[in-house]
Ligand binder design. Structure first.
Ligand SMILES: [Zn+2]
Length: 463
C-alpha cells in the first residue's frame, strides 16, 4: 500500500556519464544534469529562485561554460523539470532507471531535499543533488520478479528526467519490493522504511524462516511475467492469465498434481529411520540434527494449479497478494515438516513410538491450526491475504482423503490437538496428570517453541 506521506519519483540521469554518476549515487549523492555553476534553483538561504531570474542565470552560465545560446523555451522546460526536485522530501522513494546497467534500476530513499554543488570531474556539471541514504540503495534487474517487471515496464510512460509517479499499480509494486527487501532479507531496512506495518511485522520474521521466502520466490519465478500474465496495460492491480500460461500449466508435473489434488499420496510401510516422505516436502529424522526438505517446484505446481482452477480466486487475484499466497502454500508444508521434527525430538526425550498415521494426522492439524492462528493474529504475510481467498485456499489444501492425513479433522481445535499430542508423544506414565490440574498439553505446546524456532534443524530446498 502506498504511504500517505510519501511520494515516488522516477529520476533519469545522463547515460554518457553513468559510471561517474553511479559512483556519486552509491556515495549518497543522486545528481541531475544542466547543473553548471550559477544554475542552482535555490539561493544560499534555501529560497526558491524565481523562474525568470533562473532562466537568465542559466542562459548566462551556458554561454560562459558551454558557449551555447539557450532559447527561452528550452530554459523554461529545464526549470519546470528541475524544480520538481524541490518536491522530493526525506523518506520519498526515487527510482533511477538504467543504473548501473541498461537492465537494472536503483531504488533509493531521499535523506534530504534539494541541494546544489557542481561535480568537478564531470565538466563542472550535475550540480543538482538529492542526498539519499547510502546504505539503503538497492539495485534490481528489470526481470527480477513481478514487482520489478511492473515498475520497469512503466518506465516508457515516464520519459522526463524527473517524474512524480501517480500510478497506484507502480506504487504498490515499489512498496512490495521495499517490504520484501526490508522485513525478510535485510532487517536494517526497517529503521528507514518507517511504517507502522513493518514495525509490527518485526515479530514475524523469526517465525517465518528465510527458506520459506526463498521457496516462494522460486515459485513465483516458475512463470514468465511477460508471457504468462497479461497485465501490461492494466492499472487495477489485477492479474489476468494469458493463454501461454494455460499451456504451461498442463506441462507442470501432471502426475504430482493428480496425486495431491485427488488425495492419492503414495503410501508404504515406513520405519522410524526412513524418510517420512511427503510429496511436497519431507523430514529426515535426527541423527542430530534433523533435516527439513521443501520441494519448491512441486509446491509451486500445486500453487499455480489451485489458483488457476479456482475461478473464484482467479477473478479476485491481485498482484499485491500473489506472493503472500505463495508463502501460504510453502508454509503449509514447512510447518507440517516442522511438526515431524518436533515429534522426532520428543521421541528422543520421552522414548515413545513412531506411528505414521497418527503423526501425519497431527502434522496436518498442526499446520492448519498455525496458519489460522497467523490469519487471526494479523500483522503478517498470511493476514494480508483477503479472507475469502484465504478460506477458499485452505478448504482446497486441507481436503485430504488418504489414510492418516484425513484424520486431521479430529485434532483441529486447540483442545483436541493438545490431547492428541499428549496421547501420541508422552509415555503412559504421563496419564497420571489427567487426574490433577497440571495442564500437560500446554507444557508440551510450550516445548515446541524452543525446538522449532531455536532448534538446529537443517533446511533444504529441492525441486
Ligand atoms: Zn508428513
Amino acid at each position: 500500500m502506498a504511504h500517505i506521506n510519501r511520494k515516488y519519483f522516477i529520476f533519469r540521469t545522463d547515460i554518457k556519464n553513468r559510471s561517474k554518476l553511479y559512483e556519486e549515487l552509491i556515495n549518497g549523492r543522486l545528481r541531475q544534469g544542466w547543473g553548471i555553476p550559477g544554475t542552482s534553483i535555490v539561493d544560499k538561504f534555501g529560497n526558491i529562485i524565481d523562474k525568470n531570474n533562473w532562466i537568465e542565470n542559466y542562459k548566462k552560465s551556458a554561454k560562459k561554460l558551454w558557449n551555447v545560446d539557450i532559447t527561452d523555451k528550452d530554459a523554461n522546460i529545464r526549470y519546470d523539470i528541475l524544480s520538481l526536485m524541490l518536491q522530493i522530501k526525506p523518506n520519498d522513494v526515487i527510482i533511477v532507471p538504467k543504473m548501473p546497467t541498461d537492465q537494472t534500476f536503483i531504488i533509493a530513499i531521499a535523506e534530504n531535499g534539494y541541494s546544489f554543488e557542481p561535480l568537478k570531474i564531470c565538466n563542472n556539471d550535475f550540480g543538482h543533488i538529492i542526498y539519499v541514504f547510502k546504505k539503503y540503495i538497492k539495485s534490481f534487474t528489470y526481470d527480477d520478479d513481478i514487482n520489478t517487471y511492473i515498475i520497469s515496464s512503466k518506465f516508457k510512460a515516464y520519459q522526463a528526467a524527473i517524474n512524480n509517479i501517480k500510478n497506484t499499480t507502480v506504487i504498490n509494486a515499489i512498496e512490495r519490493l521495499l517490504e520484501k527487501t526490508s522485513s525478510k532479507r535485510d532487517t536494517y531496512f526497517n529503521s528507514v522504511f518507517y511504517t507502522p506495518k513493518i514495525i509490527v511485522t518485526l515479530k514475524t520474521p523469526e517465525k517465518i524462516d528465510s527458506i520459506v521466502y526463498k521457496a516462494a520466490d522460486k515459485i513465483l519465478k516458475m512463470i514468465n511475467f511477460k508471457k504468462d500474465l497479461d497485465f501490461f496495460n492494466r492499472d487495477d492491480d489485477r492479474i489476468i492469465f494469458s493463454p501461454e500460461f494455460e499451456k504451461k500449466l498442463e506441462e507442470m508435473h501432471p502426475t504430482i498434481i493428480e496425486e495431491v489434488l485427488d488425495g492419492k499420496k503414495p503410501e508404504g510401510e515406513r520405519k522410524i529411520d526412513d524418510i517420512i516422505d511427503d510429496i511436497l516436502g519431507y523430514y529426515v529424522p535426527m541423527s542430530s540434527p534433523g533435516k527439513i526438505v521443501l520441494r519448491w517446484e512441486r509446491i509451486g505446481c500445486l500453487f499455480w494449479h489451485i489458483i488457476f482452477k479456482s475461478s473464484f480466486i482467479k477473478t479476485q487475484l491481485q498482484y499485491s497478494f500473489l506472493e503472500n499466497i505463495a508463502i501460504l502454500f510453502v508454509l503449509n508444508t514447512y510447518i507440517h515438516e516442522q511438526f515431524h521434527n518436533f515429534c522426532d525430538v520428543c521421541r528422543h526425550l520421552f522414548s515413545t513410538k513412531f506411528d505414521r498415521n497418527t503423526e501425519e494426522a497431527l502434522a496436518v492439524a498442526w499446520s492448519y491450526i498455525k496458519l489460522n492462528e497467523m490469519k487471526e493474529e494479523g500483522n503478517n504475510e498470511i493476514d494480508i491475504i483477503p479472507d475469502n481467498i484465504f478460506y477458499d485456499i485452505m478448504k482446497r489444501i486441507y481436503s485430504y482423503n488418504q489414510n492418516g492425513y484425513k484424520d486431521w479433522i479430529y485434532y483441529q481445535t486447540k483442545t483436541t490437538f493438545e490431547q492428541g499430542i499428549c496421547r501420541y508423544l508422552l509415555p503412559k506414565s504421563a496419564n497420571c496428570f489427567s487426574a490433577n490440574d497440571i495442564n500437560i498439553g500446554e507444557i508440551i505446546m510450550k516445548l515446541n517453541e524452543p525446538i522449532l524456532y531455536e532448534g538446529n534443524v537443517l533446511k533444504l530446498l529441492e525441486p
